[in-house]
Design a protein. Sequence first.
Length: 493
Amino acid sequence: AALERSEKGFRLIEAGIEAFTPGQSEGPQTFRQVAEYFSKGHFQDEYPDAVKKRKDPKSLALSAKRLEAFYPELGPMLFSEIDKAAVERAKKRIPKVGPNTRRAYLQELRRVLNIAAEPLGLVPHALAIAIPPKAPRKSFVFLYPENDYQLISSGRPPFARRFLYAYLSRTGRRIHEVLLGTWGHVDLKAGVVRVEADWTKTRVAQFYDLDADVLEALRLRHAALQPKPEQRVFVSPGGRPMNRRSVLRWMIADLKSVELNKARPELLDAGEGEQTLRVHDLGRGTFVTLARAMGRPDRWIMDRTGHDSVQSLELYDRVTRSARERNLGWLAPMGMALGIRGAVSIGPLWAEGQVYGLGQLWSIEDEKTGKPRGKAESDSVLRERHRTSITEENRQNTDAREGVSPPSEALGPPSTPNVGQSSGPADPVATALAQVELTLAKAIDRATEAGEWATVRILASELEARRKSREAQRTAGVTSLESARARKNGDKP
């Protein structure tokens, strides 16, 4: 018996030496040698029919990390020496993780034991490892548009972090893809972002479009920083690259700082079968849920988020129905919600009329000025100014200012169809009124760029009153702006 124990001890010592001096034997023999050979992808290349090939280096790295947990118990052992008792001891080495993650550890262990039997033939049969069924997915949470606005419009979290939160929830991209992006990956002219193949799960380079408000915010940020192409787009308040762990820690602290944990306790205090808010949910979950609730096609969403199958989006079905029933709408325009000076975009055109907080955003000021926010104007005024300043109507009226006769439909904004239209020559009075409205709209744009918000409100009110007057003339026969105002106040014309 003593002799057998001595021989076994010598074999273990020899196996331990081989584990740290690979290549000395004919091939991998011990558990550690086979596990390391597998986690480097060598078996997938040598035995493609027996070992499933993994193209993602990150997946291989994760396998290596999980298999390391078993090395203290199984590492130097030959497979002929591994029995059920050794496997049970190895299981106790798995760290305290969730049920599905523990299941993944056991799958890696079973995979190595199977490879030892086939195709390596180190043992006649693989040792059976019981794999528990996959635990049901927990119900996840996402940010409502009002929550998103409360988080990013508050001046409490540093601007760099709020800028990241706003971008994640409006693009739906994975956090690591966003943090790796540099200004060289962003085409600020076309509004397209390039994602490197090494960053994606599918190992294929991707491109995704930016909505108007997100592109505007990036352009203004770029103009303010004047960064080099190789610099990261999202950096910490101190100018250093961000990492996922830090972002999660910041997010939790920032949610508490704006008291979102009180408004929605489930964000940070999950119950049975629930998942607290993760960075993944803040960005990807929020974007996909709200976009589907708004009726955006699945393929449109996949083009932006990088999902490679519609089945992946079906995981959001339940929360999507809830968001649709609540009529949550879309997120507030990024630049205006963040208080970036010069931001005028009111969000994507497909979400017009359902964007959160346009009234609140109308008079928002740059947080650096320290000035209080003024009274909010109506959504209709904001939409009218936006249409007049950046749409085709503006270009048509520019021709009129230069002496070119405008089309008849240019005499009324899109919200008041057929105003001023006629089958005959254009009315010179109506043309002059259109010129006045155009001048007011351009003055609003200039005042917005200069940050003169009091002037903006006065001009916007005047523009709204003039357009309501034209509508009143068409529908009720009111003949002047003064009579329209008198009628609004309840006086006789």
